[in-house]
Design a protein. Structure first.
Length: 552
């Protein structure tokens, strides 16, 4: 695990040894300068060697730069560094020429509750500027009581992570500190069957001792999992982490299915909200929710600052991707295995970010050119298909390679019922082929043939006819006493999208629905040929074929 020990803080004005200010505009210039009148925001943070606070500093600098205001950042070396924060206030008193807009303050409390609260409050009153509290709640009776607070609800975050974990009986590893204990208690409230194990900075031996007892492992101090990660991966265990990055982001980017995700405190969003609050006069604070980072949402705005901070790219950029994805695509392979025809779907993307989707899956889904609007962010194509009034399907395709005829994606699907995610599939490696033929109109009319090659037990030795209509219905005819007689089926529907042809029917109102799935191989000189890849119960596959002749 890389330890972010590079102090971005360069110039030092020592009153108490470790106290430093750095400027948002230059990491090498000391901004403590009574001659400049530039407006600024002061942030008094802590623990400058800890990644969490380095994220806060990065977010503070970016937010100040975008707000066109000078950022004056102070940090400490230790957690109980209230004396260093008191020293920071003494430094602030030298900024007589600066028009300060406010102070963002993360209290550092001593073992006996000592803090710089009184000094910060007195200075803020003297300058007539607001104070915003960040990350660490004030102690009871603080002179800063009532200041807007921006932080993480640790109990809510622990419960939210528990909701992501599938198993009821799970091993939870947590260091012995206040935040981790609060998260662990909230986790167990949602998952009473969880067992919490206390760990130190190296969880490797602790995990090894119980690795065969659980399928799901949760690390509430995620970085302690670094040494155990490869061991868990080798055993095929599901891993969830809290505030763990570096190797864990690598696992997500690689799409390794055993690593489920990271519950992230939104340090970047939280700090930006604090800066925005100062700019707006600091009237009201907010508890900023944690969020779960998975392979499927690596392209989200909330995740990008984390990727940037660790110098990682979620997906390699593909030049001109917006134009390359336009067209009609059918799935041919899933994780390197050929897709049976009854599991295939076709989607079409247009240049104006609209599309449609067709599939007939089992006896459940039936989508005949279902329309959608899609987004393309970085390499990820996203859209939502409504299954019914209660159910939506969210689909994310992250394009990893594309040429004129083929496209490779990592695909992630969420099934949402009444606003709740009930099932997730992926990431799955998908191989799509571009369809240049569309037989939607060419199948219209009446065709004659015998039963399909994989239903020989129904072969009565007689020809039959199928009349495909433009409204998406068809009529099935049998030859009775020399006359073509239509069936009395109460339902018979079909669709063709590209080469995919799917039909469904009922023999009576009370009978089960039946379905067939085909791919149109060709229509030429009045002859239509179909093919389909079928899968037997034992997993083996075979190819079915069918041929019909156009009836004039």
């Amino acid at each position: 695990m890389r330890k972010m020990m590079n102090w971005v803080l360069a110039a030092t004005l020592c009153i108490c040894g470790a106290s430093v200010f750095t400027s948002c505009t230059s990491s090498n210039d000391n901004p403590v300068d009574a001659e400049t009148g530039a407006s600024g925001i002061v942030m008094i943070g802590k623990l400058g060697q800890v990644e969490y606070w380095q994220q806060v500093e990065s977010a503070f600098r970016t937010a100040c730069e975008e707000a066109d205001v000078e950022g004056l950042y102070y940090t400490t070396e230790t957690e109980n560094a209230y004396q260093e924060q008191v020293a920071a206030v003494e430094q602030l008193k030298q900024l007589t020429g600066k028009r300060l807009k406010g102070i963002i303050y993360a209290p550092a409390y001593g073992l006996n509750g000592e803090s710089a609260d009184a000094e910060v409050a007195a200075y803020a009153r003297q300058r007539g500027i607001p104070v915003v509290i960040l990350d660490t709640p004030l102690k009871a009776g603080s002179p800063l009581a009532g200041s807007p607070y921006f932080g993480t609800d640790n109990a809510a975050a622990g419960g939210a992570l528990a909701a992501e974990v599938k198993a009821d009986r799970v091993a939870v590893f947590a260091m012995q500190n206040g935040a981790a204990t609060e998260r662990a208690e909230a986790f167990k409230a949602v998952k009473p069957g969880a067992t919490v194990y206390p760990v130190d900075e190296n969880a490797n031996s602790d995990v090894e001792a119980v690795i065969d007892e659980y399928d799901d492992f949760v690390f509430l101090n995620g970085n302690t999992c670094a040494e155990a990660l490869s061991m868990l991966k080798a055993k095929g265990k599901n891993v969830y982490a809290f505030d763990a990055y570096e190797e864990f982001l690598d696992e997500l980017i690689a799409g390794n299915a055993h690593f489920k995700g990271i519950m992230a405190q939104n340090t970047f969003g939280m700090t930006r909200k604090a800066v925005d609050a100062i700019m707006a006069g600091a009237q009201q604070g907010e508890t900023v929710p944690a969020f779960f980072i998975t392979w499927g949402n690596l392209g989200d705005d909330r995740v990008k600052p984390f990727l940037d901070f660790y110098g990682k790219e979620a997906y390699p950029a593909i030049e001109g991707l917006a134009g390359k994805i336009v067209g009609k695509w059918i799935n041919m392979e899933e994780d390197g295995m050929s897709v049976p025809t009854n599991s295939k779907g076709v989607f079409t993307l247009t240049a104006d970010f609209k599309g449609d989707f067709s599939t007939s899956y089992g006896d459940l889904a039936w989508h005949d050119h279902a329309p959608f609007e899609y987004t393309l962010k970085d390499n990820t194509i996203s859209w939502t298909v409504r299954e019914n009034e209660f159910t939506q399907i969210h689909i994310n395709h992250t394009v990893t390679a594309i040429n004129d005829t083929e496209m490779m994606t990592k695909t992630y699907v969420q099934f949402v019922v009444n606003g709740n995610v009930v099932q997730e599939v992926g990431p799955v490696e998908m191989h799509y082929v571009r369809l240049t033929a569309d037989y939607h109109d060419a199948v219209l009319g009446t065709w004659e043939g015998r039963v399909t090659s994989d239903q020989s037990e129904y072969d009565d030795g007689e020809p039959h006819r199928w009349e495909y209509k433009a409204d998406g219905t068809y009529v099935y005819y049998s030859l009775v006493d020399g006359q073509w007689t239509p069936s009395s089926q109460p339902m018979s529907a079909y669709f063709v999208d590209g080469t995919l042809l799917c039909c469904r029917w009922k023999m009576t109102d009370d009978s089960d629905e039946l379905r067939e799935w085909w791919e149109v191989e060709s229509i030429k000189d009045g002859v239509m040929k179909w093919t389909a890849l079928r899968q037997r119960e034992d997993g083996s596959t075979y190819t079915a074929t069918f041929q019909m002749t156009k009836v004039e």
